[in-house]
Design a binder for this molecule. Structure first.
Ligand code: IPE
Ligand code: IPE
Ligand code: MG
Length: 247
């Protein structure tokens, strides 16, 4: 029986973010080139997106390529970009069938033009969908995002459209790539690594962290459900005492 039945559907996180890690090690275990691991990872993406939709997750952010990943061997980077182009165009119909709206965060203009245009096409074609909001983090890093936000805030202060004393946490939120998305309640990283790797630093200030030892190509919706079941057992105190929360 699926572990899905153990999930309290009234307390499903609205936003889950996932650091999809371990494709290269998965390929190594299977005596294959790293790129093979990346293409197997697409199967996991499909399954996890489906699972998230089934239980009513509203936003799912997937860390697919970091600004640091540009420093990988040229061949791996170009294979990843090609995989992205092919996958995005191939999956658009199925996203529409499942009412999934695709969006993206990151330095998208730094993507190869074929990738950028395929992405924009898919974003456009799925823009009317009202189900799961699937957010791809591409050429993304939190420090990049924060630097861009700070530059823009400084410009707006300089041209007198933003008084310094008006700057609040919620104003800062509006300058981020994630401005229309609530903060993730749950952040998952696969592959047994326990680090954030420059992902959503501001937005995960109070996220629950969950680490899975599974390599991303082995990760399935059942694993996502397991993470949510674990999340639902936690007490999120936000600095308060347990007694304050229960009274
Ligand atoms: C995650 O898998 C995918 C990307 C970062 C693009 P990795 O490629 O990092 O796989 P490992 O961590 O080397 O196993
Ligand atoms: C983080 O994985 C980035 C993505 C999953 C896209 P990495 O494999 O690049 O992170 P490090 O190098 O292990 O920190
Ligand atoms: Mg990795």
């Amino acid at each position: 029986m699926s572990n899905k039945t153990q999930i309290d559907l009234t307390k499903v996180p609205k936003h889950i973010a996932i650091i999809m890690d371990g494709n290269g090690r998965w390929a190594k275990v299977h005596n294959q080139p790293r790129v093979f691991g990346h293409s197997k990872g697409v199967v996991s993406v499909r399954d996890v997106v489906e699972g998230a939709g089934e239980i009513g997750v509203k936003h799912l952010t997937l860390y697919a390529f970091s600004t640091e990943n540009w420093k990988r061997p040229k061949l791996e980077v170009s294979a990843l970009m090609q995989l992205l182009v092919n996958t995005i165009s191939k999956e658009t119909d199925s996203l529409n069938k499942n009412n999934v709206k695709l969006t993206a965060i990151g330095d998208l203009k730094s993507l190869p033009s074929s990738c950028y245009s395929e992405l924009n096409k898919a974003i456009e074609k799925t823009s009317a969908n009202t189900g799961l909001n699937l957010i791809l983090a591409l050429s993304y890093s939190a420090k990049w995002e924060l630097t861009e936000a700070i530059k823009q805030i400084a410009k707006d202060v300089q041209n007198n459209t933003l008084p310094v004393n008006d700057i609040t946490e919620s104003i800062i939120n509006n300058y981020l790539n994630t401005k229309d998305i609530p903060e993730p309640e749950l952040l998952i990283r696969t592959s047994g690594e326990h680090r954030i790797s420059n992902f959503l630093l501001w937005q995960i200030a109070y996220s629950e962290l969950y680490f899975s030892d599974k390599l991303w190509p082995d990760y399935r919706k059942e694993d996502l459900f397991e993470a949510i079941i674990d999340y639902q057992k936690r007490e999120r105190r936000f600095g308060l005492t347990s007694e304050q929360l229960t009274s």
